[in-house]
Design a protein around this ligand. Structure first.
Ligand SMILES: [Zn+2]
Length: 396
């Protein structure tokens, strides 16, 4: 059953034969996806199985109810904050070294098997027999502190599980999958600091990242994620603290940040945040487009252009949070980026919670005429060229 939400209203659900409509495009056999959260990367039917295995309570009245609770639907989501509510539940299921390991193994296989499919089954199962491509290079991001069971505790980020064991388990899971694929698949982990976490908790995580990047080359970057409403970084003190957190991990590690997705971050704060954190990539910097379109203020876009920053765009996610109004506005974003000569990529953000795949999102844009084939293929090349993953065959 397909929920009647905005996306489905805007866009006819793909049928199997619709894969063929896009097969004339010279898709690469394998692609790179650089913006996916672990919390949104395990198919719902597998989360259900993990929850059953671990005896987790409060999962609804049964399988269908569970799927309904976790699926991010347009009628329940109005902004980033309501979008993120589902993550709290998933992070609980994924807590602890064992669940993190299982989730990472599943997430990588899901991307490889279903990333190129334009249709999925109701629980996120693979749904089309002839994928357009496979995702062979994959950046997976998550917050290890939010996998410690900390949500059970009040006022502190100390959790049930040891964060070192969680990180160790994550790195080992990636290594084991890569061995299994005999070099055909390459994966890196990005650790997310939380806008919703205290400075002290983020510093604890930064110190862990600093230690673990020396032990494992699977740690490739850090990110800033979470509720912009809780910490927009408009307060100079809080921005200085966040800079300290990023600096704690040491130089040489990749940096990407979620910034400017919501109106909580104004253009001044956007500019100051990019200048302070100094990332190589930014995730959905919507505020920069709005400043240019609405006020002819091009400072945000100029900043992206001058620093040669790569924009990580996530189509369905941006539509669900209402960061972007519709697919026509998405086309406007892409054309604005081209006008300014700014690089961009497409990723799924939370494919399993949004019931989507990379191929489906690209076809969604193509089908709506929001983007052309050349732009899609260029975006895929940009992801190949701007991944934080080391080049294949080069350990660092
Ligand atoms: Zn994201």
């Amino acid at each position: 059953m397909i929920p009647a939400n905005k996306i489905e209203l805007n866009y006819r659900v793909m049928k199997h034969q619709d894969d063929e409509r896009w097969r004339h495009i010279k898709w690469p056999a394998s692609v790179t996806e650089i913006h996916v959260h672990l919390g949104g990367a395990v198919p719902l039917y597998r989360l259900w199985e993990i929850a059953i295995d671990r005896g987790i309570r409060g999962m609804g009245a049964g399988y269908e109810d569970f799927i309904d609770i976790l699926k991010i639907q347009d009628d329940r989501v109005k902004d980033l904050d309501t979008y993120l509510e589902v993550y709290d539940k998933v992070e609980l299921i994924q807590s602890g070294p064992t669940s993190v390991r299982e989730s990472i193994i599943i997430a990588i296989h899901r991307a490889y098997r279903t990333g190129g499919m334009t249709q999925l089954g109701p629980g996120g199962e693979g749904g089309s027999p002839n994928p357009l491509f496979s995702v062979n290079r994959f950046e997976l991001r998550f917050n290890p502190l939010k996998r410690t069971g900390a949500v059970f505790l009040k006022g502190s980020h100390a959790g049930l599980y040891d964060v070192d064991r969680v990180i160790k388990s994550a790195c080992a899971a990636v290594e084991d999958v890569e061995i299994g694929f005999k070099g055909k698949v390459q994966v890196g982990l990005i650790f997310c600091f939380g806008r919703d976490m205290t400075f002290e908790a983020n510093m604890v995580l930064a110190e862990k990242v600093r230690a673990w990047r020396e032990k494992s080359n699977k740690v490739i970057a850090v990110d800033l994620a979470g509720h912009e409403s809780k910490n927009p970084l408009s307060d100079p003190k809080r921005l200085a603290e966040m800079k300290e957190v990023f600096d704690m991990v040491g130089p040489g590690l990749g940096r990407t940040i979620h910034v400017g997705e919501t109106p909580h971050v104004d253009i001044e704060t956007f500019i100051k945040t990019v200048e302070a954190i100094n990332p190589q990539r930014v995730a959905h910097p919507i505020v920069a487009f709005r400043a240019w379109w609405d006020k002819k203020d091009d400072r945000g876009l100029k900043l992206l252009q001058e620093r040669d920053l790569v924009c990580e765009l996530c189509v369905k996610s941006n539509l669900l949070t209402n960061a972007v109004k519709d697919l026509a506005e998405y086309g406007k974003i892409v054309n604005t980026l081209d006008e300014f000569g700014i690089k961009y990529t497409f990723s799924t953000d939370a494919p399993c919670l949004q019931m989507t795949s990379l191929a489906e999102e690209l076809v969604l844009l193509l089908d709506a005429g929001a983007i052309n084939e050349e732009q899609v293929l260029r975006a895929l090349r940009v992801a190949d060229e701007n991944t934080f993953l080391p080049q294949m065959g080069n350990s660092r």
